[in-house]
Structures are given as C-alpha cells and as structure tokens.
Design a protein around this ligand. Structure first.
Ligand SMILES: [Zn+2]
Length: 331
C-alpha cells in the first residue's frame, strides 16, 4: 500500500510541476488560478468545483490572436456580460511584440500587455492575460493546443470565443484552429490530466470578420452594444500603440509630436471605430430584428456579431438567450 501511495504522490508532484510550467508561460496569469503544489502526504486534488465555486454566473473566455483582437471583436459584449456580474477573461494568444512600426521585442510586448489590461479595466471585465508567444509566429502545435485546453478548463468556461480559421492573419487563423482543436479535448480527462476536464462542454463561437472565402461569416448572434459603445471606444483608445500610433503600419501615417495632434488622432479613432461597429449592425440588421424584435432591432446603431462553431455544445434558441442575456424575452 505504502509503495502505491508514494507512486501516487510522485504522479501528483509531477502534475504540479507541469502545471507550474504552464502557469509560468502565461504572463501575469491571475494569482487565484495557480493551483497549490501537492504535498507528499496530502495531495491537493484540484477539481473544477474548487477552482470556481458555482455562483450562477456565466463564464466567458475570449481568445484574440493579438493584444487588441478580443477587445475589438468582443469588447462590447464583454462589457455587457460584466455589467451583469458574469465572469469574462480576454486572452491574447501572442504578445504583439512586432506590432509597431518603430519599436519591437520585450518593451513592446510589455507595453501591449499593459494596454489591454487598461482596456479591460474600462470594460469592467475580470481578467486580461497575454501569452508569451511571439507575434507572427503562432503555430498550431500540440503544446499550444494544451495551453488553450488548460486555459478553457481553468476558466471553467461556458462560452469560448475565437477567430475563424479563415482569417487574413496567420496568428488569427491558428488561434481559430487551436480553439477548434481544444473544443472536444477540453472534455477528455486523460488529455492534460493535470487540469480537471471541464464539467460541461462549452459553446464555441467565432468572432466577426468580413472574409468571404471559402465561406463567409454567418451572424448567428448579433449583440446590440449601443449602451456600452462609449465604454468600448474608450477602452480601444487605451491601446495607443495600435490605434493612436498606428501599429505596424503607422509609418504610413506618422503621428506628429504635438499633444493636440494625439488628441485629434484619438477623436478620429473613436469615430472610425463607431462607423465600423455601425456597419456590423447594418450588415446584420435582419438578425438584429429577429433577436430584438422589429422596433428595437431597427433602432440598434452599433453591434458585435458571432457565429456558432459546429464543435462544442449545441445550443437551442432558448439556451442561446440564456448565454446572451441581453435580448428581450421572446413573445
Ligand atoms: Zn490581430
């Protein structure tokens, strides 16, 4: 008996080391997510129940390829969920360290991680983390599949959001592939056994894009974000390296040094984003009317849209309304 107990302890210790390695790879992961190391005489068995006691609230994890993607595509919905007390985590799968025309490397990665944390504060969402993977170099590897699987389980997600795998940027595409690859494996106990499998397969969603080939985006869910539009654009202009200084293409439109020029760029950026989210509402007006009713649906000015992924849990129209508790009750 003693021998088998010590073998179990050794396994638990090994698992704890593996978990520590993953947590170490995640920049500024929330402290409460780090499991305690197992003690030889009292193994700490971490279960999904002990990670996040059920509080009746939804848990949403949104993967963006770069530190700005989740904020652009899901910042409004994130703010709406957060206003109702639901738990939202944004994850930037790469660190954005080549996303500027003038600076790069560690200082840029740190700056971008700080920017999305500031944006998360404005949106009111609970958590924003940036993985330490180089921008432009994300690959759909086994290691990355395990990382996303662990993050979905650790967040105990009801809803997982990511890019479609047919987006223009390789990091976007592979974020979509990695999310899809995790969609079933999050439920399989012996895949990444160091983190307990998720209790219920989440619903997986694609965030909005405008690409047509091989298949265009299908707007299954369209969320009116009018009530949080100012909050959303306030959050986006916190991401200065991208939207004020111009990101990796900023050399084409250099920003003058004067503070007034920066302020003007900030105003222009806010208006450009509003036009962009208004275009989403106009493009998917029929779906807005179906979800909000004729009168309210026609009035919506700004929207975010999501497509339901075929993998993960299938949802009824009724459950969709529970997961997006923003639509009026169906008459
Ligand atoms: Zn991106």
């Amino acid at each position: 008996m003693a021998t088998s107990r010590w073998m179990w302890c050794a396994v638990m210790l090994g698992a704890a080391v593996a978990v520590a390695a993953v947590v170490g790879a995640v920049r500024a992961a929330p402290a409460e997510k780090s499991p305690e190391p197992a003690q030889p005489d009292a193994p700490a068995v971490v279960t999904a129940d002990t990670l996040h006691p059920a509080d009746g609230k939804l848990r949403i994890i949104h993967f963006g390829a770069h530190p700005d993607d989740a904020e652009i595509r899901g910042g409004g919905s994130g703010a709406l969920w957060a206003e109702q007390g639901h738990h939202v985590q944004f994850v930037s799968v790469t660190n954005g360290d080549i996303g500027h025309w003038q600076m790069a490397g560690g200082p840029l990665a740190q700056r971008r991680a700080d920017e999305v944390k500031a944006a998360a504060q404005v949106l009111g969402i609970e958590s924003s983390i940036t993985l330490d993977i180089h921008d432009g170099e994300l690959m759909p590897t086994l290691e990355n599949r395990k990382t996303l699987t662990r993050l979905i389980r650790q967040w105990d997600a009801d809803i997982v959001i990511g890019h479609r795998p047919v987006d223009y940027h390789p990091d976007h595409r592979y974020t979509g592939i990695l999310m899809q690859d995790a969609a079933y494996l999050v439920t399989v106990p012996f895949f990444c056994p160091d983190v307990p499998p998720i209790r219920r397969n989440p619903v997986f969603l694609y965030s909005y894009d405008h690409f047509e080939r091989p298949v265009p985006f299908r707007a299954d869910v369209v969320v009116a974000i009018d009530s949080v539009i100012e909050k959303k654009v306030d959050a986006l202009v916190k991401i200065e390296s991208q939207f004020i200084e111009g990101g990796c293409g900023g050399h084409l439109r250099p920003l003058p040094d004067e503070p007034e020029a920066r302020e003007q760029r900030r105003r222009d950026t806010r208006e450009a984003f509003k036009r962009r989210f208004a275009a989403v509402a106009d493009k998917h007006r029929d779906r807005l009317i179906a979800l909000y009713g004729e009168e309210a649906g026609k009035k919506v000015r700004y929207a975010e849209a999501f497509e339901i992924c075929e993998y993960g849990r299938r949802v009824s129209d009724e459950e969709l309304r529970q997961l997006f508790p923003f639509f009026p009750a169906k008459k």
